[in-house]
Design a protein around this ligand. Structure first.
Ligand SMILES: [Zn+2]
Length: 246
């Protein structure tokens, strides 16, 4: 992971924006065609094309409002992020409920009462985080395959494939070739919320854009879809698996 404020090799500077001291890094990228400012969980970074004569500090001043707003947004997001500890006895979400992690002498991961139990042999071979992520991915695959089948029947549409992705910020997608993909982190959310993402992506097989027709198709399949879409908007930080998701 890059260091706070930028990437290895960057120089770090400070600038005063509306009375607030903001630290930022400056880097040069051969991919950049225009000077730009990246603001994310790693901090603020000015990226300049090779041979650019743009003054980084001036660029920061010109975009002061935007930089401060984005920075605040990320700091807020970081505060809301759950503090995950990958140890036995810790609580993790699964299908909208909270479960306690347990490592046991079993062959395959399983949900048992209030526990998510992981096989000791697998944990010994890697670690709890990896085995838990594998459990989530497997359950997500199962869930999405079943739900896509169900809803595509109901909607009377054909699709090519269903895949489970590690998209971090994207919940689902539907390609022009009718390949559907879903973020495995959705298996942590209430099932209706994950189902809403299925309905949303399948509705794109009927209507590509978010038109009135698109939303009517969604509503037809799932009359209370707005509640689930709102849940996703408001609770996306709960679906963060590790700080690298930020
Ligand atoms: Zn969409």
């Amino acid at each position: 992971m890059p260091e706070q404020g930028g990437q290895a090799g960057d120089s770090t500077y400070e600038v005063e924006l509306f009375g607030e001291t903001v630290e930022y890094a400056v880097g040069v990228s051969s991919d950049a065609t225009e000077p730009r400012i990246d603001v994310d969980i790693n901090g603020v970074r000015v990226v300049l094309p090779v041979d650019s004569d743009k003054d980084a500090e001036r660029l920061m001043q010109e975009n002061a409002n935007w930089v401060l707003r984005k920075k605040e947004k990320y700091e807020e997001y970081e505060k809301e992020a759950p503090d995950r500890v990958f140890e036995e006895g810790e609580e993790f979400p699964y299908k909208g409920d909270s479960y306690e992690l347990d490592v046991a002498d079993i062959v395959a991961s399983q949900v048992d009462g209030n526990y998510i139990r992981l096989p000791r042999s697998q944990v010994d071979n890697s670690d709890i985080q990896e085995v838990l992520q594998e459990f989530y991915r497997d359950r997500a695959r199962e869930f999405f395959e079943v739900k896509v089948e169900e809803y595509s029947d109901e909607l009377d549409v054909e699709y090519e494939s269903v895949s489970i992705r590690n998209q971090r910020t994207r919940w689902g997608s539907c390609s022009a070739k009718k390949n559907l993909s879903f973020n495995w982190r959705l298996i942590m959310a209430p099932p209706e919320v994950a189902e809403y993402v299925v309905v949303h992506e399948l509705a794109h097989l009927v209507e590509k854009n978010h038109t009135k027709k698109f939303w009517l198709t969604v509503k037809d399949l799932m009359p209370d879809y707005k509640d689930h879409a709102n849940w996703l908007d408001e609770n996306s930080t709960q679906l963060i698996f590790t700080v690298e998701d930020l």
